[in-house]
Design a protein around this ligand. Structure first.
Ligand code: TXA
Ligand code: MG
Length: 322
């Protein structure tokens, strides 16, 4: 069983010897390995049971290291790095030869970010290599936002979890690349379209079916609990349709329901989207563990970070109801 602790020296020792270690970031926990050691990278794929055609993000200590791994960096990418790093933004850029195409699923681009978490930044600064790290969940399941989530999901197959407490942001980074020099958003995340456009002007969002780029965050079913989740515009009406079932509710703000037996999680009593993001995956883990027959979730307000939350809910959903 994986050890859990704050021992950076232990993480360094394991990573240097080619092991995988779970690390905290401000978005979700990552399953990290030496990005320059292909056997270690291979372990990530095996542990996660992730298909090899799904490329990994590399995590670096500082934006000054960007040009070690990325070539042809457009000015807008430098502007975004200066504004949002360390932080929940991933840049997709043409890779340098130092980055193996094993890591990028044979693509010529690489995804890079500087995470904002004191423990992991400290770790990255001490390591002589960058860390490849996808979210530390088995492929397709809900991403982990605490060390305990990682332990429950992968504790039997990894040696160590660096515990940095609950992830502050709570959902994955925004992914931005460039096509014909225009910024393209591949995955919505904590950095909103508005935040990006404030810095670099107009962006394009490429919905799944229109993109040629392989990215799993874009796979239609993802981030999903084992319990079927129904996403609905009208919780009360949907509850009637599920009469007699044992239900778990996932709500943005609080609402009162007649049935006292309902299991209900409110993401933000005060209606703050950032707070809802912080709680979303924790709530899905909790509802999944309650062994209800179905989870009914309502859409979040579709503004700011709400767009990313709705993206995750849509993918987590077994069915989207009218
Ligand atoms: O917040 C995050 O980004 C977290 C933390 C751990 O950093 N990581 C994360 O990794 O969400 P992962 O592997 O679960 O999701 C990364 C996404 C995948 O959908 C992958 O397909 C996409 O990034 N990706 C990686 N390299 C890419 C590339 N060269 N071009 C396009 N998409 C890429
Ligand atoms: Mg993931």
């Amino acid at each position: 069983m994986a050890g859990i602790g704050k021992n950076i020296d232990k993480a360094i020792e394991l990573l240097t010897s080619g092991e995988v270690v779970a690390i905290p970031t401000e978005t979700v926990y990552g399953l990290a390995a030496n990005a320059m050691d292909l056997q270690a990278v291979d372990k990530i794929y095996r542990v996660k049971q992730r298909p090899k055609n799904n490329p990994l993000i590399i995590h670096i200590a500082h934006r000054d290291q960007l040009h070690w791994y990325a070539s042809h960096i457009p000015p807008a990418a430098f502007q975004l790095a200066a504004e949002f790093w360390p932080g929940p933004l991933t840049l997709v850029l043409p890779k340098t030869p130092d980055i193996s195409s094993e890591l990028t699923a044979q693509q010529t681009t690489v995804a890079i970010r500087v995470p904002q978490h004191p423990l992991t930044l400290d770790l990255l600064r001490q390591l002589p290599f960058p860390l490849a790290a996808p979210s530390a969940n088995p492929y397709g399941y809900i991403s982990p936002t605490t060390a305990l989530h990682v332990k429950e999901q992968l504790g039997h197959v990894i040696p160590y979890i660096l515990d940095g407490g609950p992830c502050q942001a709570g959902i994955e980074s925004t992914i931005v690349g460039f096509e014909n020099n225009s910024p393209v958003i591949y995955r919505k995340g904590m950095v909103t379209i508005h935040d990006l456009e404030r810095v670099i002007g107009k962006t394009i969002f490429k919905p799944v079916e229109k993109s040629k780029v392989v990215t799993a965050g874009m796979a239609l079913s993802h981030y999903a609990p084992k319990t079927p989740l129904y996403l609905t515009k009208d919780i009360t009406k949907t509850m009637d349709a599920f009469e007699g079932k044992n239900l778990g509710l996932l709500l943005f703000k609080d609402q009162h329901f007649e049935k006292a037996t309902l299991k209900k999680i409110v993401l933000s009593a005060s209606g703050q989207l950032a707070e809802a993001a912080h709680h979303l995956y924790e709530a899905l883990h909790t509802l999944d563990a309650m062994k209800v027959d179905a989870i009914l979730a309502e859409w979040m307000p579709d503004e700011g970070v709400g767009a990313a939350l709705n993206d995750r809910l849509r993918r987590a959903a077994f069915k989207v109801l009218e």
